[in-house]
Ligand binder design. Sequence first.
Ligand SMILES: NC(=O)c1ccc[n+]([C@@H]2O[C@H](COP(=O)([O-])OP(=O)(O)OC[C@H]3O[C@@H](n4cnc5c(N)ncnc54)[C@H](O)[C@@H]3O)[C@@H](O)[C@H]2O)c1
Length: 511
Amino acid sequence: MAKALSVVGVVGAGAMGRGIAQVCAMAGCSVQLFDMSDGAASRAISLMRDDLMQAVAKGKASAEDVVAALQKITAVTTMHAMSTCDLVVEAIVEQLEPKQKVLTDLESIVEPTCVLATNTSSLSVTEIAAACVTPGRVVGWHFFNPVPRMKLVEVIRAPRTTPETVQALVNLSVRVGHRAIVVSDSPGFVVNHAGRAFVTEGLKLLAECTADYYVLDEILRTCGGFRMGPFELLDLTGLDVSVPVMESIHSQFYGDDRYRPVTLARTRMLAGLLGRKTGQGFYDYENKNSTREIESSHDQHLTGSAVWWLTDGAAAVPDSISALLNDAKRARDISEADVILVAPIGGDVSSVVTDLQLDPGKVVGVDRVFGSAAGMTLMVCPGTAAATVAAARAVFAAQAVPTFVIADSPGFVAPRVVACIVNLACEMAQQGISSPADIDIAVRLGLGYPAGPFEWGDRLGPKLVLAILEGLYATFGDQRYRPSPWLVRRAKLSLPLSAPDRIAQPTSVPS
Ligand SMILES: NC(=O)c1ccc[n+]([C@@H]2O[C@H](COP(=O)([O-])OP(=O)(O)OC[C@H]3O[C@@H](n4cnc5c(N)ncnc54)[C@H](O)[C@@H]3O)[C@@H](O)[C@H]2O)c1
């Protein structure tokens, strides 16, 4: 039976420690807050007071609850004051040795039943716990910034963490109003692991000169439904933070190509083009007139070109896309066509041209997976004529549909990035890092994607996701795109991606 954790110690009163202390106190716990820097714990309590008063002003908390919570928090000047705590969580500097020292010092202060938690975002919980006499009570409790508003927390079990410890922390997470997901200790846990595909695949598309960075951002926002494109996100985080994280996760997975960053990110970091913080990243934040505009398709007029529509035989054209072609003059047969529209799944335009023996000058690909009235990605092969592209854009402009033109890329842009996100999540489930349901929650709450990867993969269909990855793998011969067995098996068996094995499989983390 997991013990209720009511008296909580927090070591480190920075952004995270302050937030953790605040949510614990609001949930009715007594909290002792310690920081090695003089006055830092008291300053943290005043910042909490300001934050909670704002919540009262916005009607999100009652004044009585806030007063009661603030009375429950004490700034203490030594960790010895934490001797009666049920739980102590450290949120100090992100370095292994200081974290190990805090936990081992605490072992000689607290009762043997006290849970010791670390809020590390990138270190191994296992390695932190290994320094302790009783590693069974050490667990990761990974919150996101700002803690009171980011309602997700990862509870990380190291190989020796006891199930009671995990359960006690899951119970407390729920009490503090957070959604807890249980994760086996592994690089990046779930959220930072799952987030690898979006940015690294965006960078890969840029490195291949598929489209300009701002076009890729626009496609992923307009067609993919992401709140931000990968280059806007990199500029926000700063390449000085993102590049070391990308490199560290890649190396922690022993160089697995799925996590391989592209060199242009490091080159730009070395050039000091870090992002918003330096005024120059992919975008220019100093010169307001330099905003990048995607060439509008509104001035493209129907030229009278005859259009022939081919589905590439793989699937019927969705009605939503057929409707966008209403104003186009239809060629009676392919020999009369000036423009041949194809809709490959997984392959690129060059492959369709070769397979169907088409005239490359006349062929343009349309994204039937993420294309809609909101925006349509058009893909061209090296032989496509400029007049063909203009005519294809005019067809969609006639229906007021913006078009984004990209170079040949198996899986276009949004389907390719989403397929990589789904594949990585499938591999996490395959490795028993977390469950499909928890991975979906983590991705929606922690990364803010429009859907969880399993939910998204099931909506698109496992076979379609697999076809995109196979197309990428066939084109590039790159292990990065090898489909996860979790995905391959479910696609073969026509099962949903979110379906766990009916017979429970052994866990990769025996306890
Ligand atoms: N900031 C984030 O977005 C974020 C998100 C998730 C996890 N984390 C993790 O949370 C931890 C804290 O991050 P933060 O952003 O709050 O850092 P921060 O720099 O804001 O605060 C750290 C605090 O710890 C204190 N401190 C350092 N060493 C100490 C020690 N030995 N004993 C007592 N106090 C000590 C410092 O004085 C400082 O006040 C790190 O492990 C970080 O990786 C951060």
